[in-house]
Ligand binder design. Sequence first.
Ligand code: SAM
Length: 179
Amino acid sequence: MRVVVLRLGHRLGRDKRVSTHVGLVARAFGASGIIYVGEVEESVLNTLRKVVDVWGGPFSVETAPSYRAVIRKWKEDGGLVVHLTMYGENIEGSDVLERIRSSGKDILVVVGAEKVPRDVYEMADFNVAIGNQPHSEVSALAVFLDRLFKGAELLKEFEGAKLRVIPSPRGKRVVRLRE
Ligand code: SAM
């Protein structure tokens, strides 16, 4: 199952750090790419591409002018669209994750910034809440991906990495795999 994250509503300047973190979480928690909608600073894209270069992938980093076009194309290609929102079906205490998993489809996970346009709720196959309280796109994405992959993503081997961490109870151990 391929999972790609669609990041809506990036505000230049203000959302630089959060949007970078959405990308970092997407990669580290098992998604295979991120698409930013609209204008986003080159530094956000470069930071993520550099992380992929050093710590491995595969992980694609793209931008798109319109979320509608991305969502439509994803659905035309047979994929499922999951929008993370505090107003959705709660991932805990409902069978929404089971319904998503059992589809066996590739998943486009949509996360917002400020107010998410109404049609996203309608275009999504599932509107999923990570609890029905407001928090953050970073935490919502991490919890969703971790539950989707049942923790297996935390053991993922990233391809083409230059560096790898050797887990250690104390201190930092890092090995260089290639130049
Ligand atoms: N108030 C905004 C709205 O109504 O669309 C949401 C702003 S929130 C800071 C930014 C994003 O975090 C949301 O678009 C959503 O993707 C995610 N988010 C925040 N809390 C969430 C929750 N409880 N469950 C799922 N996603 C959540």
